[in-house]
Design a protein around this ligand. Structure first.
Ligand SMILES: CC(C)(COP(=O)(O)OP(=O)(O)OC[C@H]1O[C@@H](n2cnc3c(N)ncnc32)[C@H](O)[C@@H]1OP(=O)(O)O)[C@@H](O)C(=O)NCCC(=O)NCCS
Length: 184
């Protein structure tokens, strides 16, 4: 990850609702194995994110981490005692027509949910987005993911669109909820 002039790329320690101290910081290439473990663990639960597995290719994971340059994208990790317990990323729109918008993704491991970590990580992404002069944050979420939708609404996101039955999860059709938040 390329260093950025402002402190939006800092490491911060946050106190979770259960008292544990977790560090939120930009990912580095050395996080590859632990990041892979985090996403594979959330993916294997099936119910929350589109990815089910990213496999075990460490070179591919390192390459993926390197692509986050801190300017057009950022990848944050949450670390507790050397274990990566969450990750959150944001990408600026690639088209010149979409460079005012940042898209968010987040995956927190079981055992670290409902403790305020998701809120803290997304607030760090908002900070980065504002620093990059982005105007709008957006994301997509399964209609069944009530915790995620509740958090996003609490953070000021609104539902902007619904793709009906876009996914089939455990045999059931699930809607894709598109949410957005103006950052100004
Ligand atoms: C979704 C996710 C990012 C949320 O992060 P988190 O750390 O668990 O959430 P937080 O503790 O910061 O906030 C959860 C909020 O929702 C509320 N909440 C939790 N479950 C809820 C439910 N079923 N209904 C209504 N509200 C609920 C909590 O009270 C809390 O409210 P607050 O913002 O007023 O404090 C995290 O649980 C996660 O990564 N889950 C697995 C992967 C996933 O779902 N990724 C998102 C895909 S779009």
């Amino acid at each position: 990850m390329v260093a950025h002039a402002s402190n939006v790329m800092r490491a911060d320690t946050v106190r979770l609702k259960n008292g544990r101290a977790v560090t939120i910081r930009p990912a580095v290439v050395d996080d590859a194995a632990r990041l892979q473990e985090n996403i594979n663990s959330v993916g294997a639960e099936i119910d929350y994110i589109l990815i089910e597995t990213v496999g075990d290719n460490l070179d591919a994971e390192r390459e993926w981490i390197r692509e986050f340059d801190g300017v057009s994208s950022i990848l944050l990790v949450a670390e507790d005692g050397g274990k990566i317990v969450g990750q959150a990323d944001a990408h600026v729109g690639r088209s010149p027509k979409e460079t005012h918008v940042g898209t968010i993704g987040i995956a927190i491991r079981e055992g670290y949910r409902n403790l305020g970590l998701g809120r803290a990580m997304i607030e760090r992404l908002f900070e980065w987005m504002r620093d990059r002069r982005l105007e709008k944050a957006c994301l997509q979420v399964f209609s069944t993911n009530t915790r995620a939708i509740a958090l996003y609404k609490n953070l000021g996101f609104e539902i902007e669109g619904v793709r009906k039955g876009q996914y089939r999860i455990r045999g059931e059709l699930v809607d894709d909820i598109m949410m957005g938040k103006w950052l100004a």
